[in-house]
Ligand binder design. Structure first.
Ligand code: G3I
Length: 406
């Protein structure tokens, strides 16, 4: 893995030449529904604020990643996606914040199946190569996402229409994993090998499961290890930190894999969680189950929205929080801090795969689409619409520095 702490280029680009991350940025107009008048945070741990993009703080540290001995990551948009870090109006400012605060990136979309093998046997690596090469040139590691995911949008059309028996299907899974993982071998630190293959009831009844049963998962892990012996291999899923049955299904698979020497290095907890749930006790108990098996634990997709359309606590639309108030920002800071502190408490040093947040700044969160069809704002991340650090970023830093969560 690349060691961020000795990257000369970072030193040249970093520090307080980066206005946005030092509390002095000006930025552009806040998005609709965003409270540009809420001004400074009431955070007791902050030493200043910037008013342009809503709530922001001056961090008490220079570089978030330097507070941890494990990867501190962020998922990014790339290629020609909206808010790409590789092109377009927000790209350079995003890269500056990434280089200052993160030691790992995850491509949020562009390494999924449909992007990398749009036509059977024809791999398109240009965009992913550009992103990975950018990261490596800055001494930033890459947690790659994801080799196999059933999600309709991510399965290329040729695969959806593929006619073949189980063996033929397993072969196309093996070919995809081998083609992709070998291409990036030596350049990425780790892979989400298989994503979201379970439900609370057991194996998810996806296209892949229908065609291959559970065998596609094992095939993917074996092919990934064969293609890249150096990368850590993760199984990645959501809703596995709440002590629901899904984690037990995942662990049963892990136990079976270990018994039969099927390669797997860790479990990725996506952690698309909420302000009120799951409880910290349940998060700890869930992480502990993986630690008990000697596997690495990686928080892969952490975000904590203010609104929760599902549980009634901040119900949409009747009780939609249309403004990120200083009070809510402080609650969010506490929540981020407690999650990171739980990780540090439960996961021993040698099993810490890292912590990655799912998106750099609130302007580019997937939850605006997922929750509100892009009709409302949401604020689940560490940096605000103008790329200024929020109290949430201080909360993560506080936990990493071993300070009390406030
Ligand atoms: O790039 C196009 C853009 O050109 C077009 O204008 C726009 C119009 O809809 O679509 C853009 O593509 C979107 C893409 O994100 C990039 O923004 C897709 O429609 C959209 O479906 C896609 O959503 C992604 C989703 O996975 C599905 O792949 C989200 O950004 C991404 O955050 C989300 O990530 C998943 C993880 O992979 C797995 N865990 C859950 C997580 C959240 O759903």
């Amino acid at each position: 893995m690349v060691n961020r702490k000795f990257t000369v280029l970072f030193l040249l680009l970093g520090g307080c030449t980066i206005l946005a991350a030092c509390g002095g940025g000006s930025g552009s107009n806040p998005g609709p529904g965003y409270d540009s008048s809420s001004g400074s945070s009431s955070s007791s741990s902050s030493s200043g604020s910037s008013s342009s993009g809503g709530i922001s703080v001056s961090l008490t540290f220079e570089n978030l990643y330097a507070l941890a001995e494990f990867p501190i990551g962020v998922s990014v948009s790339a290629a020609n996606e909206p808010y790409s870090i590789m092109q377009g109006e927000w790209s350079e400012a995003q890269r500056q914040v990434i280089e200052q605060h993160f030691s790992s990136i995850t491509p949020g979309n562009i390494m999924k199946m449909s992007y990398l093998q749009p036509v059977q046997g024809q791999f398109t690596f240009e965009n992913a190569d550009a992103l990975v090469n950018y990261a490596l040139s800055r001494g930033i590691g890459v947690h790659a996402h994801t080799l196999v995911w059933h999600s309709d949008y991510q399965v290329p059309d040729w695969m959806k229409n593929f006619n073949g028996d189980k063996d033929a299907w397993l072969q196309i899974i093996e070919d995809h994993v081998a083609g992709v993982a070998s291409h990036f071998a030596g350049r990425v630190d780790s892979w989400d090998v298989v994503n979201e293959a379970f439900e609370d009831s057991g194996y998810r009844d996806s296209l892949f499961y229908q065609k291959m049963g559970a065998d596609y998962i094992e095939t993917a892990f074996v092919a990934a290890r064969a293609a890249d012996a150096g990368a850590d291999l993760y199984y990645n899923d959501y809703s596995i930190s709440s002590q629901q049955p899904k984690l037990d299904h995942v662990l049963a698979m892990v136990d079976d894999f270990k018994e039969r020497d099927v390669p797997i290095d860790g479990i990725g907890f996506q952690m698309h969680i909420h302000m009120g749930s799951p409880s910290i006790a349940n998060i700890k108990a869930s992480l502990q189950k993986v630690v008990d098996r000697g596997l690495k634990v990686k928080i892969t997709e952490l975000d904590i929205p203010i609104n929760n359309p599902f549980d009634g606590s901040y119900s949409y639309p009747d009780n939609y929080q249309a403004v990120l108030t200083p009070e809510l920002a402080e609650q969010q800071k506490l929540r981020f801090c407690e999650v990171v502190a739980a990780y540090l408490e439960v996961v021993p040093t040698h099993l810490r795969g890292g912590i990655t947040v799912w998106g750099l700044f609130d302007r580019d969160t997937w939850l605006k689409q997922a929750f509100f069809d892009n009709n409302h704002e949401e604020w689940p991340l560490l940096f605000n619409h103008d790329l200024e650090p929020k109290p949430a970023a201080q909360g993560v830093g506080d936990a990493l520095m071993g300070e009390e969560c406030l």
